[in-house]
Design a protein around this ligand. Structure first.
Ligand SMILES: Cc1ncc(COP(=O)(O)O)c(C=O)c1O
Length: 447
């Protein structure tokens, strides 16, 4: 990343802040790791960048379909013109049907959808339209570090990391959120002169892979509606689900939580305070296509999104290609099944090894991650100690995990591994390298 050479860059105050603040602390090292990426034949000593949430497991299938569309179909005239900034009607219709069939499992009205370039812009637009500058968004910790920038840079909303637990074993029966915690957060935020305006839940969660039960969603929604807090459930990993009935995994879920899309609850309540986010970046593995959306029964919010979203509109060509793909239901059903099966296989490879090592992890229902506890190797129980350990793991094993910094969690020494950015064979090599590092560390520590 190029850093400005001096403080006289002739930028605005906001521009200067942006110029000196990288999006993520691991971005620079990620670029370097990508240049030296492992390859079984040409770079067997290369490294494994497993810190960025990419899903490459079924790109071959989707690429073939996209290429077929581009080869066989004529591009319609509307593609070259301006369109509805919140998504052209035919694309909104195709996506509504996809969501109805695969995610929400009940009819989604295309008029309740507004699109923009990836979940990133969806999050920014939502914060911009639903909260005022200096309002607060509460997010259960640990959570996606980039939320801070998405809600902070343009909408100027503050992030509050709600500590629902400290140790991983507290997640065994699900993410322990309750309305007493929300009430306490509200009082603390108000005492600081701000307003609790947004509650953001991610389900399945990044990084823990946890999901919220129907009872939790209902009670949190009741509380939010009563307190005029907008509740948004980010279901960006909604179809990236692990098959928890897999024989090697079953025992981690003694009381399994059924996945319920928040869309079902929204359809029942049709409240102006309840919303859902989705994106094609993870479940379909096409982060580069930049397609994100908000689903809401708040008609003014959707209209505001359309009016304020001109600079965030998705290219019509992208919308057309994806509409053609989504309309092939049989292909989509096969794709979703293949993707979930490949993801489960990746998850099993990692969990099998963590179990033999006795490394604690959060049992995942979905997402592209394993969230593990490596705190036994911390030289110092602090942010700094955590950062050092993260670098050391990379230097010694070539495995680049996501550092805990920015996830907002109280416990140090927890790391996220992205399990879907490399194929199964490479994943076996990566986990063997990590295993070697762990065994060496334990050996060193006992001497
Ligand atoms: C929870 C969450 N929200 C949003 C995003 C950003 O998604 P997009 O690539 O669609 O902007 C990510 C990406 O990692 C994520 O994990």
């Amino acid at each position: 990343m190029t850093m400005p050479s001096n403080t006289q860059s002739y930028l605005s105050d906001r521009g200067a802040q942006a110029a000196f603040k990288p999006v993520r602390v691991d971005w620079e090292i990620y670029q370097k790791a990508m240049e030296n990426h492992y390859d079984a034949i040409s770079k067997p000593d290369g490294c494994f960048p497993m810190n960025v949430a990419e899903n490459h497991l079924c790109w071959d299938l989707l690429r073939e379909k996209v290429q077929k569309v581009c080869k066989e179909k004529t591009i319609p005239d509307w593609v070259s013109s301006y369109g509805d900034p919140a998504g052209v009607p035919s694309f909104r219709q195709a996506t509504a049907e996809y969501l109805s069939e695969f995610l929400v499992k009940q009819k989604v009205d295309p008029e309740t959808l507004a699109f923009s370039v990836g979940a990133t812009s969806t999050i920014e637009m939502t914060a911009f339209l639903l909260a005022n500058p200096a309002d607060t968004a509460v997010i259960p910790a640990p959570s996606y570090p980039v939320y801070t920038m998405d809600i902070g840079v343009i909408p100027e909303i503050k992030r509050y990391d709600l500590q629902t637990h400290h140790e991983l074993h507290e997640l065994q029966a699900g993410i322990p959120i309750n309305t007493e915690q929300l009430e306490a957060a509200k009082q603390e935020i108000e005492a600081q002169g701000s307003r609790f305006r947004l509650l953001i839940l991610t389900s399945p969660d990044n990084p823990t892979g946890g999901i919220y039960s129907q009872a939790q969603l209902e009670s949190v929604a009741d509380w939010c509606e009563a307190n005029e807090v907008h509740l948004i459930v980010n279901e960006i990993y909604g179809l990236s689900r692990i098959d928890i009935s897999h024989p090697e995994l079953q025992k981690d879920y003694p009381n399994p939580i059924p996945f319920l899309s928040f869309g079902q609850l929204m359809a029942k309540r049709k409240s102006p305070f309840l919303h859902l986010w989705y994106s094609f970046s993870k479940d379909l593995g096409i982060s580069g296509f930049r397609i994100g959306l908000t689903h809401s029964y708040n008609a003014d919010f959707i209209t505001g999104y359309r009016n304020a979203g001109l600079s965030h509109a998705i290219s019509n060509h992208t919308q057309w290609v994806m509409q053609e793909v989504l309309e092939d239901r049989e292909f989509m059903a096969d794709f979703v099944a293949a993707s979930q099966s490949a993801l489960t296989q990746s998850y099993v490879i990692v969990i099998r090894n963590l179990r033999t090592l006795g490394i604690p992890y959060s049992p995942s229902y979905g997402s592209l991650f394993v969230w593990m506890d490596l705190s036994e190797f911390l030289k110092e129980d602090s942010e700094q100690g955590q950062h050092q350990l993260w670098l050391e793991i990379f230097e010694e094993s070539g495995v680049l995990l996501t550092p805990g910094a920015g996830f907002g969690h109280s416990k140090k020494g927890l790391f996220r591994m992205v399990i879907s950015s490399i194929d199964h064979e490479a994943l076996e090599v990566a986990i063997t390298r990590l295993k070697k590092y762990i065994l060496n560390m334990r050996d060193r520590n006992t001497k």
